[in-house]
Design a binder for this molecule. Structure first.
Ligand code: KG4
Ligand code: ZN
Length: 337
C-alpha cells in the first residue's frame, strides 16, 4: 500500500491506496475553508498551523496499515511553501521510520490523475485544468510527457470566481457560491466582455473580466446597494463570460489536436454549468469528455496516491534530503515537472 499526503493549500488530506488493486483503502480530508472564510481567501500562516494539527490526527487513523506500507507519497509542488512543508516533513519522517521510499508528487499531475482513482490510467488525453491556482490545457501523452498547450496570463478560473464572490460580499470559496447564485440569475442581463475574444492567442486571461465585474458593481452603487437578484444576475453573467472564454480557446485547441479523449480537472471542474457546456462542445468535435467524481475535483490525497501508483511502478523515488530543494524549483516552461 502507498500512503499519500496532500497539504499544498487549505485541505489536509491523507489516503492509503492498495498497489495491486488501485483500491482506495482509506481517504479523509479536513478542509480549512471555514477558518479562512472571514479573510476572503487563504492565509498561509494560518493554513500551515491548521495542517500541523489536522495531518497528525489523520495519520493516527492510518496506523493499522503502517506495516503494509511500501512507499509514502507527498505533494511537493506547486503550492504554498509553508503548507507544503507540513506534508513534506510528515512524509520524510514516515519514510525514515518505516524505512520505505519517498515519492514526490506534482500537485497538477495529481489533479490529472484524479480521473483514474480506482481505475486504469488512460492516455493520451487533452486535459483542461481549472483550479484555484491554475488554468491550463495540458496534452498528456504519458506518465512522462505532459506538455502545456495553453496557460493563464493572470487570474485562474477558481481565483476569478473567488474574487467575484468577494466583491459582492458573498463569502469564500466563491466557486460553489457563484454557481448556486447563477442558477437563479439572468445570464444575459449584464453585458460583460469575453476575454481575448478577438485575439488569436491561445491563452487564458480573467483579470479584465474581473475588472468589468468590479465596475459593474460600482455602477450599481456597490455590493451593499445590490439586491439579491442583482447579485444572482451578475453571478450568472460572469459565469457565462468565463464559459465562453474557456470554450472559445478550447475550440482552437480541438481544431488543431486529433486526440479523442478530453478531460476537465481541478476544483472548478466541479462546476456543472461549465461541465455541461463542454459536453456539448465535445459532442460537436467528436471527443469523449472525462471528469472526476465531484468529491475528487478539489484538493485531496486520493489523487496524489493514484499518481503515486504509476510513479511507484517506475521507481520514481526521491532522496529525502533532496525533496525540499525540488519543491522550491519553479515550473519549467512548456512542461509539467
Ligand atoms: O483544485 P482546488 O481545490 O485547489 C487548487 O489546487 O487551487 O481548487 C479550488 C478552487 C477555488 O478557487 C474554488 O472557488 C474553485 O476551485 N471551485 C469552483 C467550484 N467549486 C470549487 N469554481 C467554480 N465553480 C465551482 N462549482
Ligand atoms: Zn489543487
Amino acid at each position: 500500500m502507498i500512503l499519500s499526503i496532500e497539504s499544498s493549500c487549505d485541505d489536509s488530506s491523507i489516503a492509503i491506496t492498495e498497489i495491486a488493486t488501485r483500491k482506495l483503502i482509506y481517504h479523509k480530508k479536513i478542509s480549512q475553508e471555514a477558518d479562512h472564510a472571514c479573510y476572503g481567501g487563504v492565509v498561509p500562516e494560518l493554513a500551515s498551523r491548521l495542517h500541523a494539527v489536522a495531518l497528525p490526527k489523520l495519520l493516527g487513523e492510518t496506523k493499522p496499515w503502517f506495516d503494509k506500507l511500501k512507499a509514502v507519497a507527498v505533494t511537493n509542488q506547486p503550492g504554498l511553501g509553508v503548507t507544503l512543508l507540513e506534508g513534506i516533513a510528515m512524509a520524510k519522517t514516515l519514510a525514515a521510520l518505516q524505512d520505505i521510499p519517498l515519492i514526490p508528487v506534482h500537485h497538477l499531475k495529481g489533479h490529472i490523475y484524479s480521473l483514474f482513482i480506482e481505475k486504469p490510467t488512460r492516455f493520451p488525453m487533452l486535459v483542461l485544468l481549472i483550479s484555484g491556482g491554475h488554468t491550463m490545457v495540458v496534452r498528456v501523452e504519458s506518465f512522462e510527457k505532459m506538455e502545456i498547450l495553453a496557460t493563464s496570463m493572470d487570474d485562474s478560473v477558481g481565483e476569478s470566481f473567488d474574487k467575484t464572490a468577494k466583491m459582492m460580499d458573498l463569502g469564500y470559496p466563491g466557486g460553489p457560491i457563484i454557481e448556486e447564485m447563477a442558477r437563479q440569475g439572468d445570464e444575459n442581463r449584464f453585458d460583460l466582455p469575453v476575454p481575448l475574444r478577438n485575439s488569436k492567442l491561445i491563452a487564458f486571461s480573467l483579470s479584465g473580466l474581473k475588472n468589468a465585474v468590479r465596475l459593474m458593481i460600482e455602477s450599481l452603487g456597490g455590493a451593499e446597494a445590490m439586491s439579491r437578484q442583482d447579485k444572482r444576475d451578475l453571478a450568472a453573467s460572469f459565469q457565462k463570460a468565463v464559459k465562453l472564454h474557456l470554450l472559445q480557446k478550447s475550440k482552437k485547441i480541438f481544431k488543431a489536436d486529433p486526440i479523442k479523449d478530453f478531460a476537465i480537472v481541478g476544483g472548478a471542474s466541479a462546476n456543472l454549468y461549465i461541465r455541461s457546456a463542454y459536453e456539448t462542445l465535445c459532442d460537436e468535435f467528436g471527443k469523449k469528455l472525462h471528469v472526476a467524481p465531484l468529491q475528487y475535483c478539489s484538493d485531496n490525497a486520493a489523487m496524489i496516491g493514484r499518481y503515486a501508483l504509476d510513479a511507484y511502478e517506475q521507481k520514481r523515488f526521491i532522496d529525502p534530503n533532496e525533496i525540499d530543494l525540488v519543491s522550491t524549483k519553479k515550473q519549467q516552461a512548456g512542461t509539467l515537472l
